[in-house]
Design a protein around this ligand. Structure first.
Ligand code: EPU
Length: 335
């Protein structure tokens, strides 16, 4: 296990904030978590981190940050059609997606290029282009930092919801590995019906997993900032869900309002609400609203966590004033 003190988190948060932590532990074997337990690390505050791609860290942290560096990927069970693949929490998510494609396994190709690591995929229930991690997660192995034991949860026990799960609430659990159920060629079904995915693939006679990956990568690159170039944490807000009555009220005032019907109401793209309020491409100091996708707040260079939080609050106020809708951050705020 690696241990660093007074450690800079600059390269561990995709907003690119210059913050630090008192201690940084990087473990390569899951048993090392028991060692941290014995040292009393889990008695106070601590923060598990993947690649810091969904975090807004406001200040220096006077407590430990813990990162998995378990990078194994193994096939643990196979049938004619399916394959169970177990990946360590420290595997870079997009490298995992590439691995599945090179093994001709379908299921996560639409989640190409999402920043972060495997460990965050169940926590956030990451999703894009019509697929969510919950669709393929079969089991999640966790370490319980209160009880000092390892546990395995079935996918059905993870309380997955839109960008959330039991792991967002039960903060004592650290994800150690995730087992995905993937589908072998030629049995997988491609999901091409979100946005312009099918359009980007037009002209191909047969569509491979790699073709879908390439299309998703192209779409993402055209809309989303690369964390290596512009600091951001992907979508900053969740898309709000409103009731039928509320939706009808909105539609009367805004007949062109985009929406998706979901189980508990109508999901309205926050990007649209933010654009309508005139925020697209705007900045307050070094904190900005990305011009190509206004759901993404960016660090134009030298912004601090508090600058992003100020911008967040101004956007929330505008959307509340104009639409009577409360936007909630999707990014985890570490204050
Ligand atoms: N829109 C605008 N103006 C814009 C961009 C979008 O009005 O400039 C509206 C349009 O109506 C568009 C709609 O927003 O149809 C949806 O836009 P998009 O398909 O880009 O997706 P999103 O709802 O804004 C969600 C996820 C993204 C994910 C995309 C694609 C959330 C919070 N975000 O964004 O996830 O990549 O769908 O599936 O659900 C992330 O979680 O960090 C993330 C990037």
């Amino acid at each position: 296990m690696k241990h660093y003190q007074n450690y800079s988190l600059l390269s561990h948060n995709t907003f690119g904030f210059s913050v630090s932590c008192s201690d940084f532990y990087q473990y390569e074997k899951k048993e090392e978590l028991e060692q941290l337990y014995k040292e009393g690390i889990f008695q106070g505050n601590w923060l598990p981190i993947g690649d810091g791609s969904n975090l807004l860290i406001k200040n220096d942290l006077n407590y430990p940050v813990i990162q998995s560096d378990i990078k194994t990927i193994e096939i643990i069970e196979e049938t004619e059609k399916k394959c169970l693949v177990k990946a360590g929490a420290g595997v870079v998510w997009d490298e995992f997606v590439q691995w599945t494609i090179s093994h001709q396994l379908g299921g996560v190709e639409n989640l190409s290029l999402i920043p972060g690591r495997v460990g965050a995929s169940p926590v956030q229930n990451i999703g894009a282009y019509g697929v969510e991690a919950k669709d393929v997660i079969r089991r999640v192995e966790v370490y319980d930092t209160k009880e000092n034991i390892f546990k395995t949860l079935e996918g059905t026990d993870c309380a997955f919801e839109y960008r959330g799960s039991v792991f967002k609430k039960e903060k004592q659990l650290i994800v150690v590995s995730v087992t995905y159920e993937l589908t072998k060629a030629p049995y997988y079904e491609l999901k091409l019906d979100y946005g312009n995915v099918r359009e980007v693939l037009q002209g191909l006679d047969t569509i491979s997993l790699q073709d879908v990956r390439n299309a998703i990568v192209d779409i993402r690159m055209s809309k989303l900032p690369l964390p290596s170039e512009i600091g951001s944490a992907g979508s900053f807000f969740k898309n709000p869900v409103v009731s039928k009555a509320e939706f009808e009220r909105l539609q009367r005032s805004y007949p062109t309002i985009p929406f998706y019907e979901v189980a508990d109401g109508y999901k309205i793209p926050a990007a649209w609400l933010i654009s309508q309020c005139g925020w697209k491409g705007k900045n307050i100091g070094a904190a900005g609203v990305y011009e190509k996708q206004p759901l993404i707040l960016v660090n134009r260079g030298g912004a601090k966590g508090e600058d992003l939080l100020f911008l967040m609050k101004q956007i929330q106020l505008s959307v509340k004033d104009q639409f009577a809708i409360q936007l909630h951050p999707e990014v985890c705020l570490i204050q």
